[in-house]
Write a protein that binds this ligand. Structure first.
Ligand SMILES: [Zn+2]
Length: 139
């Protein structure tokens, strides 16, 4: 299935050929930055970088759009990063993944509805997405 991933700010295309391309900066050392190629398949956590830029497990990274430089880390959900997924039929979803390297979790959201959650670390962030609708405004 042909999926497209867009920047949540400029809606530029982040998927080129078989990778989602993002820029990443280490939160605790902003000199550590580079491009990251992510696998567009939900649940695949392969990250490819240039050898001069190593993603370190347990460290948090700020992800930015390589087109408009906007920060993609969520303001609403601490430690998660948001990009937009467009499926073949035009349906749009929010995709959240962890900005902390080594944490494997992905949430696929449409409107307020959680559609898919994947990865062994989803339990860390379940609290964001499993609260009753009426309590969401307090998050
Ligand atoms: Zn952008």
């Amino acid at each position: 299935m042909a999926l497209d991933y867009l920047c949540k700010v400029c809606r530029g295309h982040l998927k080129v050929k078989t990778s989602i391309v993002l820029a990443a900066t280490k939160l605790t050392d902003r000199t550590q930055k580079g491009l990251v190629f992510l696998d567009p398949e939900i649940g695949n956590y392969t990250k490819v970088t240039h050898p001069s830029f190593q993603i370190k497990e347990g460290e948090e990274y700020i992800y930015t759009c390589p087109i408009c430089s906007a920060q993609l880390n969520s303001m609403k959900y601490l430690h998660l990063v948001r990009i937009i997924l467009i499926e073949e039929d035009g349906k749009e979803f929010n995709i959240y993944f962890s900005g902390i390297a080594g944490e494997k979790c992905t949430f696929k959201i449409r409107g307020n509805k959680l559609k898919v959650k994947k990865g062994p670390d989803v339990k860390i962030y379940n609290k964001y997405f499993e609260v009753p609708e009426e309590d969401r405004k307090y998050l």
